[in-house]
Design a binder for this molecule. Structure first.
Ligand code: NAD
Length: 249
């Protein structure tokens, strides 16, 4: 319950699904959490839920596709607690995806601006604090689709693969400053965007895993917690699959 005592964490896309579970789990381990999202109603509920259980959290409306929002969130974290130890780049554009023939500029732009450039903007905004502290942990939420082809989602897939490249490059540059940068690749996780039990897509996803089931947001959050914590002190530039064995099958 105290693996992150005294640490300050920023979680993007923290209002719902995986990001919400990450915010909850980090707070349960003692972190002070800034829940960032464009969904203010759900974000306020998530932060209030953490506080109701004795945790420390605030909601901060932020669109990761806006550079000024990243700067504002980092400043708020500094003002609030005087430090930034953990950044979880979890927000992604999750729309109606297409294959190459049908994927338009809008779909490509939104995928890149949210999942990839959002990680760039928030990482850039928190690095000065982490450099000054001589330490920090950044966890990027990519996807099994970064390493395994899936139907009709070229922009999303390419963006998630690029996020793994971003992870390697940032890990290389800031490793000497004791700033670790890692990624998780979730497989099929039951959130509001996922196919529902019984639907053909759900059965297909379930069948792609070795465990024969979909996962739950907290199962991703526990992996993020590990990478964010001191237990992963010698791990950087790594990608941890949280996919029920999908990519290894
Ligand atoms: N659910 C899965 O099966 C699955 C699988 C692999 C990877 N992922 C990844 O996990 C992450 C979370 O997905 P989820 O399933 O929890 O989805 P979700 O829709 O439940 O949560 C995503 C959150 O991101 C927020 N968001 C979207 N655009 C934003 C922006 N511009 N700025 C700030 N916040 C924004 C949304 O409001 C939402 O709260 C994503 O990066 C997704 O690609 C999910």
């Amino acid at each position: 319950m105290d693996r992150l005592n005294g640490k300050t964490a920023i979680v993007t896309g923290g209002a719902n699904g995986i990001g919400q579970a990450v915010a909850q789990v980090l707070a349960e381990e003692g972190a002070q959490v800034l829940v960032c999202d464009i969904d203010s109603a759900a974000g306020e509920v998530t932060a209030a839920g953490i506080r109701a259980k004795g945790g420390v959290a605030v909601f901060c409306r932020a669109d990761v596709s806006a550079a000024e929002d990243a700067v504002r969130v980092a400043a708020q974290a500094q003002q609030w607690t005087g430090r930034i130890d953990i950044l979880v780049n979890n927000a992604a554009y999750l729309g109606n995806f297409h294959g190459v023939l049908d994927a338009g500029e809008e779909e490509w732009n939104r995928c890149i601006q949210v999942a990839l450039m959002g990680a760039q903007r928030f990482t850039q905004a928190v690095l000065p604090a982490m450099l000054e502290q001589r330490g920090g942990s950044i966890v990027n939420v990519a996807s099994v689709q970064a390493v395994a082809g899936c139907p009709t989602s070229v922009a999303y897939t390419a963006t998630k693969a690029a996020l793994l490249g971003f992870t390697l490059s940032a890990a290389y540059d800031y490793g000497p400053h004791n700033i670790r940068v890692n990624a998780v690749n979730p497989g099929p996780i039951q959130t509001r965007i996922s196919p529902k039990p019984g639907e053909p897509a759900y059965e297909w996803q379930r069948g792609m895993t070795m465990l024969g089931r979909v996962g739950y947001p907290r199962e991703v959050a526990w992996a993020v917690l590990f990478l964010a914590s001191e237990e992963a002190s010698f791990i950087t530039g790594a990608t941890l699959a949280v996919d029920g064995g999908w990519a290894a099958k």
